[in-house]
Design a protein around this ligand. Structure first.
Ligand code: GLA
Length: 783
């Protein structure tokens, strides 16, 4: 809802979602003063909510002689310029037509639009529900005829408000934008922590909490993409906020390029939050009549802790960001051949993998890197998308046909934004690559970036990829991007300050031209794993490969981090081999699955080395996943606090609350561990539920030398007999069953004790390092 009222003929805007309220007003001089963002209130007593101005702050600038108490520096604002007395960080730095940096945007008018107001060039959230309205506030810098429109779109059901700004130059002289962020808001400080999701390759989106101090805390990327260093999304939480209690604000950006987010704590205890395109190397000239659109920022608020905030974002993304045929649709279980083969494969190997995968219940076969040109390592061939006939002698369409006949869908990997210097594309069109004439280019993974600012390059990519997609029966594409941008330069541009933004606009143009007409294709984007996991790409690709790291213990951190901002339906999660290829960690196949089922499940391993009992285990895993797929992908997800540093618990509740699945993970075993409490909040407190472990196998090799004591005969733990037995036989892992009320589940049930070497019976839980269980909670059926 958008309510507009007025006080002394000045407008007050109240934006309401189901649970939140957001208020600002026009001041007597025309600025937008922020009043409130928080829980929806029955009565908004503005006199109470408004900050008071009864003192003159020494050394401050008085905006107007009529009001000595009006200094922009101390007013909570919705937008701010430069040079009129506000010395906090400005969302805009513009070299104005008069050559100065001084700008002061004042309210002129407003409009209400039904639904969203889409951007002409950038992806923005879409309606996806009925109650969406947009408030447009028009403002002008009166002495220069430069205008801005601030758009506020209210997504009631999702509890999200989005913001973006469009700047128009009506002055006959040009202006230069050096920074134009998408939003600005000043909130009263509540002892805030800023929470960011940071990392790098194979360790993306680890949560970090920073107590806000005077000055600015910045969350930004300059790599050319939204980056694995700092995801664009960040949170501001009160110091006592936990997963289920307390207040938290979430911010994110519908953009895939260099981003910049900041929280600045001022001496008046106001926190200014801005987010938008990173001003790093950015410069954009606007001539008379031209406009510039900043990407859309999104914000949410919850008073029920981090989980409440995450659930707002999850609903919003599933409803208002994901679009096309795959919106709300269950994602297939896939096998990807990358970790099984890397570049060394032929049709026989691929087909064998597909056949085995089909037997286990997989639905989609994905052929990863190495199928084209001279691509036998990462040194050559990128850019040449003609099938490598040595590997696939009868071509791609024939191979896709074979896979289809097996009963699997077929998916293909591309890395269309890149080129190897050792490729036919580079030899024919060296001018397509991002290089600076006369300067030696720097490489990343032996490759150069293609110049997406150049329309000819975009046309080349669109036509070469489209041709392949149309020639073979392809229902899934993995779109990769494996390096950061360096030597940013395009001969196509007059102003290199446009490069980074034009690159991303080029990417969006390519994606919409390729996948717009082919909505049946499920697109999964990837950038060395999660180097570009953002809302911009989610507008095109319903799922994103979260990380090249598939070690389940590492994934507990990575997916926990991502889950603050993104729903599980968007997160690609694969079971791979153990010991893990990057960490050398040995983990049970049950835990690898128990972690990966919280997301879009895939397998990425050579199935031919699996023992028959491991195959049985995987077959059952896939059947289990299919049974609960809608709960895992679209259920209500929470991170449950366990009170122990060596435990992680995740939970998904089916939308109708009839079923839930909880994953209980032990990272490191501790000696004589005290009992574990399993809390399952969120179900109906008055109804009864059955809680059962998902059956899983316990492999004999987990016991090492201990087997001597449990078998009637003494056998060498590393000997042939036990190694053979391990291939054909496994024990049943501890089975637990509890019948309890929803209120008891809310408080928590004590689980069976863990093994500690002194006693064992079939009820003992044998977790050890990296052990885990899934618990299925089902509503008791009344007889
Ligand atoms: C990147 C991706 C991997 C795989 C390889 C192929 O590293 O993240 O999943 O596709 O490229 O080269």
């Amino acid at each position: 809802m958008i309510h507009i009222s007025s006080e002394d003929s000045r407008q007050i805007f109240i934006l309401e979602t189901e649970n939140t309220g957001y208020i600002f007003q026009v001041t007597r001089f025309g600025h937008l003063e922020h009043i409130y963002y928080g829980s929806k209130l029955a009565n908004y007593d503005l006199d109470g909510l408004r900050r008071k101005r009864n003192v003159v702050i020494g050394s401050s600038i008085v905006y107007h002689a009529d009001d000595p108490l009006y200094s922009l520096d101390i007013i909570p604002l919705e937008w701010s310029g430069i040079g009129r007395g506000d010395y906090r960080f400005s969302p805009a730095e513009i070299k104005m037509p008069d050559g100065s940096f001084v700008c002061d945007f004042l309210y002129t008018d407003h409009k209400i639009h039904e639904g969203c107001v889409p951007s002409a060039e950038l992806p923005t959230a879409c309606e996806g529900e009925n109650n969406v309205r947009t408030l447009e506030i028009l403002m002008e810098d009166r002495s220069s005829q430069v205008e801005i429109s601030l758009f506020y779109t209210v997504f009631e059901e999702s509890n999200v408000i989005s913001r973006r700004v469009v700047l128009t130059n009506r002055n006959p002289s040009p202006l230069t934008i050096r920074r134009l962020l998408s939003m600005c808001v000043d909130l009263p400080n509540r002892n805030f922590r800023m929470i960011t999701f940071d990392g790098g390759w194979i360790k993306e989106t680890h949560r970090h909490d920073h107590m806000l101090q005077y000055g600015m805390a910045v969350n930004s990327s300059t790599t050319g993409g939204s980056s694995n260093r700092h995801n664009p999304g960040f949170l501001l939480a009160c110091s006592e906020t936990s997963e289920d209690h307390g207040e938290v604000y979430g911010f994110n950006l519908v953009y895939s390029g260099n981003h910049f987010g900041c929280a600045e704590l001022s001496e008046r205890q106001l926190v200014r939050i801005c987010i938008g395109i990173n001003p790093h190397c950015f410069e954009w000239v606007l001539n008379h009549g031209e406009h510039f659109e900043a990407p859309e920022a999104v914000m949410t608020y919850s008073s029920s802790g981090f989980n409440g905030m995450s659930q707002n974002f999850h609903g919003f993304i599933n409803r208002n960001i994901i679009r096309g045929d795959w919106k709300g649709k269950e994602r297939p279980v896939l096998i990807n051949n990358w970790e099984a083969h890397f570049f060394k494969f032929n049709q026989r190997k691929l087909f064998r993998l597909a056949r085995q995968a089909k037997k286990l219940g997989v639905e989609l076969f994905v052929l990863d890197d190495g199928w084209f040109g001279n691509r036998n390592s990462d040194h050559a061939g990128l850019g040449d998308y003609t099938v490598n006939r040595r590997k696939l002698p009868w071509g791609l369409s024939h191979f896709a046909g074979m896979i289809k006949k097996l009963g699997l869908d077929f998916g293909l990997w591309f890395e269309p934004e890149m080129v190897n210097p050792d490729s036919d594309l580079y030899r024919t069109h060296p001018e397509y690559a991002v290089v600076i004439p006369g300067r030696e280019p720097t490489l990343g993974r032996n490759q150069l970036v293609l110049d997406l600012c150049n329309p000819k390059v975009r046309d080349y990519i669109v036509s070469s990829v489209s041709q392949i997609l149309d020639d073979a029966d392809i229902s899934y594409v993995k779109w990769d991007m494996n390096r950061h941008i360096s030597e940013a330069f395009s001969p196509y541009l007059e102003n290199q300050g446009e490069f980074f933004h034009r690159y991303i606009l080029g990417l969006y143009d390519i994606l919409s031209r390729i996948f717009g007409p082919r909505p049946h294709i499920l697109l999964e984007t990837c950038s060395s794993g999660g180097n570009r996991f953002d809302l911009g790409l989610l507008c095109y690709s319903p799922q994103i490969w979260a990380s090249d790291d598939t070690d389940p213990v590492e994934r507990l951190h990575i997916v926990s981090g991502l889950s603050y901002l993104y729903p599980l339906s968007t997160i690609g999660a694969h079971v791979s081999e153990a010991p893990h290829q990057q960490t050398l960690r040995q983990t049970p196949v049950s835990t690898r699955f128990n972690v990966s089922c919280f997301g879009c499940l895939g397998y990425e391993m050579d199935l031919k080395y699996l023992s028959s009992v491991e195959k049985k285990e995987i077959k059952e895993q896939i059947a289990f996943y299919k049974l609960h797929r809608d709960t895992f992908q679209y259920g209500s997800f929470s991170r449950i606090e366990t009170g122990k540093s060596n435990k992680v618990q995740w939970q998904c509740i089916k939308q109708d609350k009839s079923t839930a699945v909880t994953g209980f993970f032990q990272t490191q075993a501790t000696s004589a561990e005290a009992p574990d409490l399993l809390r399952i909040p969120g179900l109906d407190r008055l109804l009864r539920y059955n809680v059962r472990t998902k059956p899983q196998r316990l492999f004999i090799k987990r016991f090492g030398g201990l087997v001597k004591h449990i078998l009637p005969v003494e056998l060498n733990p590393g000997g042939l007999i036990l190694r053979l037995a391990n291939r054909y036989y496994a024990l049943t892992d501890c089975v637990e069953h509890y019948n309890v009320g929803g209120d008891t589940l809310d408080e928590g049930i004590f689980l069976n004790d863990q093994f500690m070497g002194s006693y064992y019976n079939p009820q003992t839980r044998l977790l050890g390092d990296f052990g885990s269980n899934l618990y299925v909670i089902e509503l008791e059926v009344q007889q």
